[in-house]
Design a protein around this ligand. Structure first.
Ligand code: ATP
Length: 519
């Protein structure tokens, strides 16, 4: 099945099994805003725990924070968001569709890259093991022409973005004959800047309400609390502050399900360091964060770094961790070296000293910052799309059937085990309830007695439950049950009193975290 079709099925699956619903669906929905259902909430909470514990438990110099969404409006002047947190937008006059001008150009570049990759794949197949990709890229005329085209366009594009040259952005779209994907025409408006922050008012208008913003990133809550945390926690450089919270962006084009939302959650960590050590810490956090992703077990080849050429207004160096989503490699996390930009700006606009006194040198300075900024919803999408499998399996009568299974890492699964009496009589429900009452303190368990055992297994597969415990007549004689493993569908007979240790070995967060500390 084509990747796009599988992605459509995944979106339908997320709704059908209580992971994600469109916001305000009964009113036909609110665009790019989503609600997490009963299973989605559990999965999301487990992702948060994985991130939070990896920051707070594994690093004795990282502490947490929970700052408010509303902040003094000067915050956003200082951070540069009021003046520069813009996207260049352009409309097609025929389709009346709105696009980000930079997206249109990036997609055009991606198309040329796809041509190059197709050429390389063909050659790989033809030459087999002897294929030398580097040499092929440097000598094949068609690849070289396309690569040169990308280089020239990229240079002009990066310059236009850096210099905020909206006219040239439009001219690039015209020069490269980029057409609207809907109308197919090149009848474009001018490019305009559009600020992504949502504004609202605080206080009653009669008393002169203040215009405030919904935060577009959680980081600024950390910067303005730098001194509070440093002083009250007696923190020494280097140290970090981690936060999980909502952020809001009025995205022009919201697409690809929960990949780009208008209300989303971020998991950010700002690491305060001595100036001059930023290169070393940038490399450190790049590696730590990549390891965190890869530990989920979805295949190392699904991740890559993408170094930024066009930097955000605050960054000196930046890289993205990209994941191969069903729609291609896209950013899931940003790692940015922010220098003393933010603290310096807040110091200037607030008039308050945001410095660190170094007892070793007896000098005060504004610390530098390296941050790791991960989208919680994007991580959710990454995990659920990598876990989603439509498998063909053989039924007992030999006919083929499709099984939909979420192969989630057990530690993240919303429900860890389902307890299923084979039949609703002969004392089996009572034994099942006793097992559930014993294990419910340790794991999120589900009890199910309706429908055939096969259908119940399928329902659990569909929400990613790693273990199904079946209580049958033999249980009444020897206190054993069968445990069925989600991925292999194998079953094993085990003693009831062994269940806790078998399950906790696989779903325990602390054993999972231990993997991160191993080299
Ligand atoms: P993009 O280029 O995709 O717009 P960004 O570079 O603006 O993202 P950052 O400001 O670096 O993103 O934010 C850090 C992380 O927050 C991103 O890596 C992403 O995971 C997440 N994020 C940003 N915008 C959104 C959004 N609109 N919806 C969901 N997650 C988002």
């Amino acid at each position: 099945m084509a990747k796009e079709d599988v992605f459509k099925n995944l979106i339908a699956h997320c709704k059908e099994y209580g992971f994600i619903f469109q916001s305000s669906e009964i009113y036909d929905g609110l665009s790019a805003v989503y609600d997490y259902g009963q299973n989605g909430t559990e999965l999301k909470n487990n992702i948060k725990t994985y991130w939070w514990d990896s920051m707070i438990l594994l690093n004795e110099n990282i502490v947490g924070l929970d700052s408010a969404i509303f902040m003094h409006p000067k915050t956003w002047k200082a951070s540069g968001h009021i003046d520069t947190f813009n996207d260049p937008l352009i409309d097609n006059k025929d389709s009346k569709k709105r696009y980000r001008a930079d997206d249109l150009i990036e997609e055009y570049i991606e198309k040329i890259e796809a041509k190059i990759n197709k050429e390389i794949d063909k050659a790989k197949k033809k030459f087999g093991d002897t294929f030398d990709e580097k040499m092929y890229r440097e000598t094949n005329p068609r690849v070289m022409v396309n690569q040169e085209k990308i280089n020239i366009l990229n240079e002009r594009f990066v310059k236009a973005m850096k210099e905020n040259d909206l006219e040239d952005l439009r001219q690039i779209i015209l020069d490269y004959e980029i057409a609207c994907p809907v109308s197919g025409t090149r009848n474009w408006t001018d490019v305009r800047q559009f600020n992504l922050m949502f504004a609202t008012e605080m206080g009653s208008t009669a008393n002169g309400a203040m215009k405030i913003y919904l935060r577009p990133e959680t980081a600024q809550g950390i910067f303005v609390n730098y001194i509070n945390v440093q002083k009250t926690g007696r923190m020494k450089l280097p140290f970090g502050i981690a936060q999980i919270g909502k952020a809001f962006r009025n995205e022009i084009v919201a697409r690809q399900f929960i990949f780009r939302m208008r209300e989303f959650e971020q998991m950010e960590m700002q690491y305060f360091i001595k100036p001059g050590t930023e290169k070393e810490w940038f490399e450190h956090w790049k590696n730590v964060r990549m390891k965190w992703h890869k530990a989920l077990g979805f295949g190392d080849e699904s991740y890559r770094f993408y170094d930024h050429e066009k930097l955000a207004h605050y960054a000196s160096v930046a890289t993205d961790i990209e994941f191969n989503f069903p729609f291609g490699f896209r950013e899931v996390e940003g790692i940015h070296s922010r220098t003393d930009f933010d603290l310096g700006q807040h110091q200037k606009l607030s008039g308050k000293k945001l410095q660190y006194f170094d007892p070793e040198t007896n000098k005060s300075f504004v610390p530098y910052v390296v941050e790791t900024s991960l989208g919680l919803d994007r991580t959710f999408l990454l995990i659920i799309s990598a876990a989603y499998h439509e498998e063909e399996i053989k039924k007992e009568d030999g006919s083929l059937d499709t099984r939909v299974v979420l192969k989630l890492p057990p530690v993240l699964a919303p429900v860890k085990l389902a307890i299923l009496p084979l039949v609703k009589k002969d004392g089996l429900p009572e034994i099942s309830r006793r097992i559930m009452n014993d294990l419910k303190y340790d794991f999120n368990c589900q009890y199910e007695e309706k429908d055939s055992i096969g259908r119940r297994y399928r329902r659990q597969d569909a929400i990613g439950t790693p273990y199904c415990i079946t209580v049958d007549h033999q249980t009444t004689q020897d206190n054993t049950v069968t445990i069925r493993y989600r991925d292999s569908m194998q079953q094993e007979r085990v003693k009831i009193n062994k269940l806790r240790s078998i399950i906790s070995e696989k779903v325990d967060m602390s054993s999972f975290l231990r993997k991160l500390d191993k080299d």
